[in-house]
Design a protein around this ligand. Structure first.
Ligand SMILES: *Cc1c(COP(=O)(O)O)cnc(C)c1O
Length: 428
């Protein structure tokens, strides 16, 4: 046993010596993961309700993804965007079929996807000299220079000034604040349909409809960051389809007028193979003309085959239905925590498979440990009990499970979470 413990410590030591310390990593050293189970280097098992931050949407090492990757590797791995290849257009078509008429561009990370919709908006506004983009407080859009300026959280920007110009933030779900912030230079509004890192707040129906109207009335673009809340995370392909109850491929009906002008995609899109992209509506689909933007890896055959396979498996196994069916089971479990631990948990919130607990940061139980935020305390205690969940800011913990979990996994996670909260209470 002591040998095994040494090995996890020695890996952590090697990290401190050789890897830039930009992440506040948990001590856990992971050896392997299959399905919904993670195994650490000491052989301890964990139920994964975090999915690598909303990425492994089919669980770990899904057999269909393994087969697709192997097959694609033997056929066409990477060829660059100097040429055409079927894998990329097939993925674009599959995404368009789920969103609406438009075109796609592919890149490698969520931040890059947001960079692409930001550049699209700037190009669109360039003839009129409009370039300002309005975003929201507590939003998260990535870690590049433009996306930290877009992100409404001070902590991502500290020390990286001067800030990339052209962004300002207003409170989320506040339509009047958004209206007042628009100027003659504003070209776009960028929001998440459900704020992820900011603490699991869904947009209201009035907010989404109001922003669409506002953008139409001022010839501005409505941009949505679907990196975390998109790709069926809410039970529908995009969160706006869930919140406004719009059909998929809204080109067929009147619902198209509610859709945004561009959406960034990432995280679950590649299910663990680094992949991201954008969908741009028919209105702006040709704004990024030849030579205006690009990336070497973006949408390579391996990435596109993985992303297409994920969409096929979700359709074949009707996993969107699974999410909607299990959503209340997850909600009931979380509500149970609010009832059982009223002195630690304020409430639960979120949509679909993007739900969590809002913790009482003023509680003496959490204040007893002044070195860690309540969300980190709960996340660590859950790990001790064999459950992986993820903090979203200082006082929210997130469940972002794979789309193919069963009710039994939610029950099991409830037992573990209950034990974890009891452990924290008992240490007081
Ligand atoms: C994770 C995330 C991003 C950034 O994605 P990366 O792949 O880390 O660059 C952007 N927006 C939202 C909403 C996210 O959750």
């Amino acid at each position: 046993m002591s040998d095994m413990h040494e090995s996890s410590q020695s890996i952590r030591d090697r990290f401190s010596r050789s890897v830039v310390p930009n992440y506040a990593r948990f001590p856990l050293v992971i050896r392997e993961a299959r399905g919904f189970e993670i195994v650490d280097v000491d052989g301890r098992r964990y139920l994964d309700m975090g999915c690598g931050i909303a990425v492994n949407c089919l669980g770990h090492s899904h057999p269909d993804l393994q087969a697709a990757l192997q097959d694609q590797m033997g056929k066409l791995d990477h060829i660059s965007n100097l040429y055409h290849f079927e894998e990329q257009v097939a993925l674009a078509e599959a995404l368009i079929a789920r969103i609406g008429p438009g075109k796609c561009f592919f890149c490698n990370s969520g931040a890059e996807a947001n960079e692409a919709i930001i550049k699209l908006a700037r190009k669109f506004g360039d003839p009129e000299g409009r370039y300002d983009i309005l975003t929201t407080t507590n939003s998260f859009h990535g870690r590049t220079l433009a996306t930290i300026a877009a992100t409404g959280q001070e902590k991502v920007r500290t020390g990286f000034g001067p800030l990339f110009p052209g962004f300002s933030q207003v409170p989320y779900n506040d339509l009047e604040a958004m209206k007042s912030a628009v100027t003659d230079r504003t070209i776009a509004i960028l929001i998440e349909g459900v704020q992820g890192e900011g603490g699991l707040t869904p947009a209201s129906v009035e907010y989404l409809k109001g922003i669409r109207e506002l953008c139409d009335s001022r010839n501005m673009l409505f941009l949505m960051d679907g990196v975390q809340c998109g790709h069926f995370r809410t039970g529908r392909f995009q969160s706006i389809q869930r919140i406004l109850n719009l059909p998929e491929n809204t080109g067929d009906g009147d619902a198209i007028r509610f859709m945004p002008d561009a959406i960034s995609l990432g995280k679950s899109l590649g299910g663990g193979f680094p992949t991201a992209g954008i969908w741009a509506s028919w209105k702006v689909q040709d704004v990024l003309g030849a030579g205006s933007h690009g990336t070497t890896y973006g949408g390579n055959p391996l990435a596109c085959r993985m992303a297409s396979t994920i969409l096929d498996v979700i359709s074949r196994d009707q996993l969107n239905r699974n999410i909607l069916q299990l959503e209340p089971v997850l909600r009931n479990m979380l509500n149970g925590m609010t009832e059982s631990f009223p002195d630690m948990v304020e409430t639960s919130r979120g949509l679909g498979f993007m739900q969590g607990l809002v913790l009482r940061d003023q509680s003496d139980i959490f204040k007893a440990n002044d070195k860690m935020t309540p969300s980190v305390q709960v996340t660590l205690a859950a790990q001790e009990r064999g459950l992986i969940i993820i903090p979203a800011g200082p006082r929210v913990v997130r469940f972002l499970p794979a789309y193919n979990i069963e009710a039994a996994h939610i029950e099991e996670s409830g037992t573990k979470l209950h034990d974890a909260l009891t452990d924290i209470k008992n240490t007081l």
